[in-house]
Design a protein around this ligand. Structure first.
Ligand code: FES
Ligand code: FES
Length: 158
């Protein structure tokens, strides 16, 4: 049965009328046309579909639309402030932390969630925090470098 579900998406109040069991990933991609959130495994393993829900990195393929009622959802499209990229986005660009780019939105959203939880992470904290996000292109080391640089930038208030 369909239900009206209201939540905040990239800073705007939105509402949808859908089956509550529908996965957030598909609502974002097909209903809101926010295709930056990627489908990888569909089973919670790869991290390609990661978004922020109430500031925590969350697998959107494993989250129902019913679960986000009243919550704050941010996708890769909602991270920049106007023309200014989020420090994690900027660091990924500066460090060439991607090849094909398919894993990148999920990597960035997971990294932002990690830095929300741990603003001053060690290299080991970053490795641990990112180990469940998979990259088939072998960009992992540059991804870790980018996140480390972004953490430093953010600590310096940039
Ligand atoms: S698509 Fe969600 S974790 Fe892989
Ligand atoms: S850059 Fe291609 S999967 Fe990570």
């Amino acid at each position: 049965m369909k239900a009206k579900i209201e939540f905040t998406l990239n800073g705007k109040d939105v509402s949808v009328e859908l089956e509550e069991s529908k996965k957030l990933l598909w609502v974002l991609r097909t209903h809101f046309n926010l295709t930056g959130t990627k489908y990888g495994c569909g089973e919670g393993y790869c991290g390609a579909c990661t978004v922020l829900i109430n500031n925590s990195a969350t697998r959107s393929c494993a989250t129902t639309i019913g679960e986000v009622a009243g919550k704050d959802v941010v996708t890769i499209e909602g991270l920049a402030r106007g023309e200014k990229l989020h420090p994690v986005q900027q660091a990924f660009a500066d460090h060439d932390a991607l090849q094909c780019g398919y894993c990148t939105p999920g990597m960035i959203m997971n990294a932002v969630g990690l830095l929300n939880d741990q603003p001053t992470p060690s290299r080991e904290d970053i490795i641990l925090g990112m180990e469940d996000n998979l990259c088939r292109c072998g960009a992992h080391n540059r991804i870790l470098d980018a996140i480390e640089a972004a953490a430093n930038e953010m600590q310096n208030g940039k």
